[in-house]
Design a protein around this ligand. Sequence first.
Ligand code: FPP
Length: 252
Amino acid sequence: MSMRIPFLKKKQKNEKQDKIENVPKHVAIIMDGNGRWAEKKGLPRVAGHKEGVHVVNKIVRAASNANIEVLTLFAFSTENWKRPKSEVDFLMKLPKEFLHVYLPEIMENNVKINTIGDIEELPKHAKNAFEYAMEKTKNNDGMILNFALNYGGRFEILQAIKHLVNDMETSKISSEALDEKIFSRYLYTNDFRDPDLLIRTSGEKRLSNFLLWQCAYTELWFTDVLWPDFDEQVFHEALNEYRQRQRRYGGL
Ligand code: FPP
């Protein structure tokens, strides 16, 4: 007897389950607290990272259903290399595991994967996993899922300045023409709008070198919930609070 494999229809652009008014178009998340979550349970720190991977998928699904256009997740910072080698090695295996389990759902949800940060420095297997996923999802036109990997805000700004200086020296751009919009194009985030909402879990209240230029007018939302315990409900709390905020961008 042959098994019938269900045909998974790719979700179309505006075919989303939840209809929420005034959703932030770009949400950035600092997924923090994995280590503490594990330690509280008497588990090795990496157990928190492992659990965190499943939460990533839950939140990708929730964000896509809420019609968010871009979701940027801080997965590995330029400073995270300072952690013990065993933990770094473990973290580097997660992209492949995540994509192995969840890429079919990502495709079904019409999500397009992108990365920001210096991925050239990642181990080959991690870099290849992302490159495969980017290629596979390149024609999806739903939510953009942006993984920040080997990402540091100051490094990003310095790199942008170096490219800019080079373009000025070769007369591709003049200092008179340079403005914020043009400068932004030299950043990894290039043509993405700035985040409207930044969420950080685990009670820490700082940016930790994440999207420093881009978060100039971003609404910040902090929760004590540790990333492995973060879920759709807490995510919607953040979205609901965002809806109540008045964004004035320095005006009245
Ligand atoms: C911070 O918690 C978290 C990280 C450094 C890694 C975050 C990564 C994931 C959630 C998984 C990424 C998944 C993919 C698909 C790439 P911490 O270890 O600093 O926690 P602590 O502050 O409690 O020690």
